[in-house]
Design a protein around this ligand. Structure first.
Ligand code: FES
Length: 148
């Protein structure tokens, strides 16, 4: 058995349990999109992100794929977590013109044009699209919103 704490509530679960499953046992709601109990978890949408505190650091990870660890401290609704969830869902307008963004690297522009992601979360998981590309895209999405 593994002891951990989720949102200041202690719990003991079997080894191999995911953080999402442990939270559910405590009645703590974590939003999910790509998770389904009949499918193998693959961490695709990142909507279930939580903050893990250990060894003096706080990392973000998808709770549906992360297995519990002894002494782990999990926080499910910090400001960082909420910010990531909001960005995951941030819509990219259909037909968005990536050619107008001159600061994009060529590879990022071509892949975004080819895959046409619907959200920033989808865009961030395209191989070859870096966090810097996502930041540039976010700035342009915000500018476009202000121009309306
Ligand atoms: S529910 Fe999609 S990554 Fe966890």
């Amino acid at each position: 058995m593994v002891k951990l704490t989720i949102d200041n509530q202690p719990i003991e679960v079997k080894a191999g349990t995911t953080v999402l499953e442990a939270a559910e046992k405590l009645g703590i709601y974590i939003p999910t999109l790509c998770h389904h109990e009949s499918l193998l978890p693959y961490g695709g949408c990142r909507l279930c992100v939580v903050e893990l505190c250990r060894k003096g650091t706080a990392d973000l990870t998808s709770s549906c794929t992360y297995k519990v660890e002894e002494g782990l401290i999990v926080k499910t609704s910090t400001e960082r977590v909420e910010r990531v969830r909001r960005l995951e869902d941030k819509a990219i307008p259909q037909g968005f013109d990536y050619d107008n963004i001159t600061s994009f690297r060529k590879e990022a522009r071509e892949k975004l044009k080819r895959f046409q992601p619907a959200t920033l979360g989808q865009a961030s998981r395209i191989s070859g699209v870096t966090p810097a590309d996502i930041a540039i895209l976010l700035v342009h999405l915000e500018k476009a919103k202000c121009a309306k």
